[in-house]
Design a protein around this ligand. Structure first.
Ligand SMILES: Cc1cc2nc3c(=O)[nH]c(=O)nc-3n(C[C@H](O)[C@H](O)[C@H](O)COP(=O)(O)OP(=O)(O)OC[C@H]3O[C@@H](n4cnc5c(N)ncnc54)[C@H](O)[C@@H]3O)c2cc1C
Length: 148
């Protein structure tokens, strides 16, 4: 049997899981936990706890077809009861970030970053704010439940 090493237990988890059974797969993870940037912590809340993802936040079905397919293959489904939309809130966050970015421009320029860099971030922050406000892009919180 051929042996394959997968380095990193972020997206590498999916790669290791998807590789055909005919391979002997070893997953190497430098950290003490797997998941990579996707990191769920349990926060105490009203006598219990709620799972909060501190890394990977944005998930939407149109632009994540492979992730959606992976969830389906794993028998998980979005729990519509907790499928909350935060796009409008995030538009305000983006507006705030752009204000702070403009305030900090002298520091940016002092580091020798040119006009192209400034315009790129100005465009990115403005585009995201407009997109979230118009609903073209969205920020959602969904709970995934494994089917019994
Ligand atoms: C601030 C921020 C916010 C983001 N928000 C989102 C979001 O909301 N939605 C979204 O879809 N994407 C988001 N992303 C992008 C997303 O996190 C990355 O695209 C995704 O995590 C990349 O997966 P990866 O497996 O390449 O890397 P990672 O998820 O970082 O995993 C890499 C893994 O490899 C391990 N590793 C590293 N070196 C070694 C080694 N030598 N040996 C063994 N293991 C090693 C690490 O410990 C880690 O576990 C965000 C990124 C950032 C930085």
């Amino acid at each position: 049997m051929r042996r394959i090493a997968v380095a990193g237990g972020g997206g590498g988890l999916a790669a290791a899981w998807l590789l055909p059974r005919r391979y002997d797969v070893a997953l190497f993870e430098a950290n003490k936990r797997v998941g990579g940037h996707a990191h769920t912590v349990h926060v105490p809340w009203r006598g219990g706890s709620v799972p909060v993802d501190v890394g990977f936040i944005v998930y939407n079905e149109p632009t994540y077809p492979n992730l959606v397919a992976l969830f389906a293959a794993l028998g998980s489904r979005p729990d519509s009861a907790t499928n909350a939309r935060y796009g409008e809130h995030y538009a305000r966050t983006l507006a705030e970030w752009r204000t702070r970015y403009r305030t900090a421009l002298p520091l940016v320029e002092a580091q020798g970053l040119n006009g192209r860099f400034r315009r790129l971030w100005e465009f990115y922050l403005a585009y995201c704010e407009g997109g979230f406000r118009a609903g073209c892009i969205d920020l959602r919180q969904v709970a995934l439940a494994v089917n019994p």
